[in-house]
Design a protein around this ligand. Structure first.
Ligand SMILES: [Zn+2]
Length: 249
């Protein structure tokens, strides 16, 4: 998920689940209405949040919920991609670094994002923006652990980020990966390149790595490999840019 789509009433459905421990000092929580996996990575000196919820109000609720998990300060937030259910809570984090791919600012300023905001009953001017825009990669030091954030290529959108917590052997994959349902192809997806981006993710994983999808339970490498194959098969059936053909000898 999720393209601008379903006609939800955000106030009634913006529930936030409890944080549950996934691995050492690493937590996930579900944000409705799209059942997005939020991530919280806690180090000795700071914490990093993965994705911000669907509205500024939900962003504030997420922020308030962190106190139940840790008393270390929030050091940064990462937006895995621009879709509303991941990025429209950004405004609640105006005082900390907000990391996103460099395409996200443009996407969040687009007419499409404004229309989505209005559908949710929000003023488009309320939407926050990233403050740390990356083309390829950056890293954050949380004290006793380091988190790496990388754009390995396009796929679900043109600005998908992975968040790698190597000491915990966990990768947050955003909507490049889905286990709650099939991967979501939208008008801003890049089906031709998505499989190669997942190859990059598979290359980061070992037999024990957990990948946290944007929606659904965490999965292992075998699942990612199978989903990569399904996406490649689906992409091959979609109209795309002309492919060069080699003349037969
Ligand atoms: Zn999405």
């Amino acid at each position: 998920m999720t393209e601008p789509s379903s006609g939800v009433e955000p106030a009634a459905t913006a529930a936030l689940g409890r944080w549950r421990k996934l691995r050492s000092s690493l937590y996930v929580a579900l944000a409705e209405p799209e059942s997005v996996n939020l991530g919280l990575i806690v180090g000795s000196h700071g914490a990093l949040l993965v994705d911000t919820g669907s509205t500024p109000a939900q962003g504030r609720a997420i922020r308030a919920s962190l106190a139940a998990v840790t008393d270390v300060p929030l050091t940064a937030v990462v937006v895995t991609h621009w879709h509303y259910d991941h990025a429209f809570g950004l405004a609640a984090f105006a005082d900390v670094p907000r990391i996103a791919h460099e395409s996200v600012r443009f996407r969040l300023s687009s007419a499409e994002a404004a229309a989505e905001a209005r559908r949710l009953g929000l003023d488009p001017q309320e939407l926050g923006q990233p403050s740390v825009e990356i083309a390829v990669a950056t890293a954050f030091d949380l004290g006793d652990r380091r988190v790496e954030i990388a754009h390995l290529g396009r796929g679900h959108t043109d600005g998908d980020l992975l968040v790698v917590v190597s000491d915990a052997d966990v990768v947050f994959a955003g909507d490049l990966l889905e286990s709650a349902g099939p991967p979501s192809f939208g008008p801003d997806s890049v089906p031709d390149e998505w499989p190669a981006t997942l190859d990059g993710l598979i290359g980061l994983m070992t037999a024990t790595t957990l990948a946290v999808p944007g929606h659904g339970e965490p999965v292992g490498r075998e699942f990612v490999f199978e989903q990569r194959g399904r996406i490649a098969a689906q992409a091959a059936d979609m109209p795309g840019p002309p492919r060069p053909t080699l003349p037969l000898a």
